[in-house]
Design a protein around this ligand. Sequence first.
Ligand code: HEC
Length: 160
Amino acid sequence: MKKALKYVLGALIVTAIVIQFINRPERVNEPVTDNDIIQVLEIDGPMANMLKSACYDCHSDQPRYPWYASIAPVSWRIAEHIEHGRDELNFSKWGTYSARRRDHKLEEMIEEVEEGHMPLPNYVRMHGEAKLSDEQIESLKAWVNTERENIASESTEANN
Ligand code: HEC
């Protein structure tokens, strides 16, 4: 019995080591450009910091990688989140989005945050600073509403 346990443990350790070499996800790290939402919308300090600390690790071209992002299988999960997150919404590419897409993403931001889906709960567990207070959510909502109004009035102007 004891011997079997040793074999199982040994096999687990070997597996844990082997998987470190089979798939090392590439890291995302692109330079900040003028298309970043913070530049495009001239977002003020507190709101910019909030987006950076709560959203940019999965929704920008400059995610910060914690030390455990080097260790499989966690590294695979993190790479997946960053890939899917950026596919859906990339704040670094905001300047390239159409008015319609911007408006839709802004709307989704509030929905996702209010429902507690964003930032991803697993992420918040590891990143206390990403947990949004009710106050922060309120200021995010106010900011989103203003931006959506701006988009609406810009598009009426364009149609006139
Ligand atoms: C740990 C990674 C991670 C963090 C942090 C994170 N997201 Fe996401 N987000 C994702 C992933 C992955 C998806 C796509 C899959 C899904 O919807 O679950 C997504 C999807 C979204 C979508 C849906 C886009 C669409 O058009 O359907 C919105 C909006 C969003 N996130 C907003 C935010 C906001 C706002 C924050 C910060 C307050 C944030 N996210 C933080 C990973 C993250």
